[in-house]
Write a protein that binds this ligand. Structure first.
Ligand SMILES: [Zn+2]
Length: 60
């Protein structure tokens, strides 16, 4: 990703450290715009596990 290395234009600090409101806003935006968030990954894995369980039940 490389979002950890982003430098803030307002305070010249790392955005991930959230030193100023701009940092925190950018950090929130990056977190929200991430295409595969941990929650989404967990949901996908849970759905796959349910489908696999159903398939195994039908196979036996
Ligand atoms: Zn900043």
């Amino acid at each position: 990703m490389g979002s950890e290395d982003l430098v803030c234009a307002s305070c010249s600090g790392l955005v991930i450290e959230g030193r100023c409101p701009t940092c925190r806003a950018s950090r929130e935006y990056l977190r929200r715009s991430s295409p595969l968030s941990p929650q989404l990954l967990f949901t996908i894995i849970a759905i796959i596990m349910v489908l696999a369980a159903l398939a195994a039940r039908h196979a036996s």
